[in-house]
Ligand binder design. Structure first.
Ligand SMILES: Nc1ncnc2c1ncn2[C@@H]1O[C@H](COP(=O)(O)OP(=O)(O)OP(=O)(O)O)[C@@H](O)[C@H]1O
Ligand SMILES: [Mg+2]
Length: 269
């Protein structure tokens, strides 16, 4: 069994090194009124929205209302569900449709300001200038945290372009990591610096890639290793992020550490 895993790891070695982007050098992070940090992953269901909800909640506990979480998954928004909201009364879609100034589309859950999406939005999402849309909000918040759609389609590209820096979420399995590497390529193409990786849903099963190998395959720092934790699913079902619902759970602690490291980064500018 172990031999089989070893062999498949060697087999994908070539694929991983071919896909691995070269480190972008010399990208400077310009001082901004807000820093827009996006959470991305080509693969669906890895925990992007969970990361945004929890890091957002943690930062709001530490930074008060200096943080805004935005659902930039415009075709299938679901950040709302992490706050127990099925039908937000105002949404980012209202602002994109010019029906509302974007500042008026912000709601608040457990003290965290959020810009949610409309699940009932039936129209096609055309190319959106998300960066331009967020501009009026940059004077109000220190950090804008963006939740992205999976894939690498036009709405994901619009979200990447709106970011000053990005975090990539993956799970410790070979197919997820291989597809996540495409997100690195897109970030590199649009010259958006990568802060690092969140490895989520770690079960420490023998078929998972060890964290050291994930780091080698990705070539960027690992910011957090979040365990698979049923308290996360329980919290999602309850509509309260786990950092608030079960703050002592292993996953909540790890999201908290990620939040602290972002605070350190933001404070250092
Ligand atoms: N560490 C974890 N332990 C247990 N369950 C988790 C963990 N992280 C996320 N989940 C659960 O996995 C599911 C998918 O998570 P989430 O919606 O955050 O993924 P996503 O990457 O945003 O998905 P999509 O690409 O569809 O937007 C959710 O039900 C969530 O509760
Ligand atoms: Mg999501």
């Amino acid at each position: 069994m172990f031999k089989k895993i070893q062999k498949s790891r060697e087999g994908i070695g070539g694929l991983l090194s071919a896909l691995r982007p070269k480190r972008e050098r010399g990208i400077k992070i310009e001082p901004k009124r807000s820093t827009v940090i996006g959470v991305f992953s080509c693969k669906g269901g890895v925990g992007k929205t969970t990361t945004v909800a929890n890091v957002g909640m943690y930062l709001s506990e530490r930074m008060k209302d200096n943080i805004l979480a935005v659902d930039a998954n415009l075709t299938a928004p679901n950040l709302n569900l992490h706050f127990g909201e099925f039908n937000p009364k105002v949404t980012i879609h209202d602002a994109l449709a010019d029906e509302l100034p974007i500042q008026k589309a912000i709601l608040e859950y457990h003290g965290l300001p959020v810009l949610l999406g409309s699940i009932a939005y039936g129209e096609q999402i055309h190319l959106v200038d998300l960066r331009g849309q967020l501009e009026p909000l940059k004077e109000k918040y220190k950090v804008i945290l963006l939740d992205s759609a999976p894939g690498i389609g036009s709405e994901v590209v619009a979200a990447i372009k709106a970011c000053d820096e990005i975090i990539i979420v993956t799970n410790p399995t070979i197919p997820t990591i291989a597809s996540t590497l495409r997100t690195f390529r897109a970030a590199e193409q649009h010259k958006v610096p990568i802060i690092g990786i969140v490895v989520n849903m770690v079960r420490k099963e023998p078929f998972e890639l060890p964290i050291g190998d994930v780091r080698k395959a990705m070539g960027w720092p690992i910011l957090a290793v979040v365990p698979e934790d049923r308290k996360v699913r329980e919290s999602t079902a309850a509509g309260v992020p786990v950092v608030r619902y079960f703050p002592k759970s292993p996953a909540a602690r790890e999201f908290g550490k990620l939040g602290e490291s972002l605070i350190g980064r933001i404070t250092k500018g």
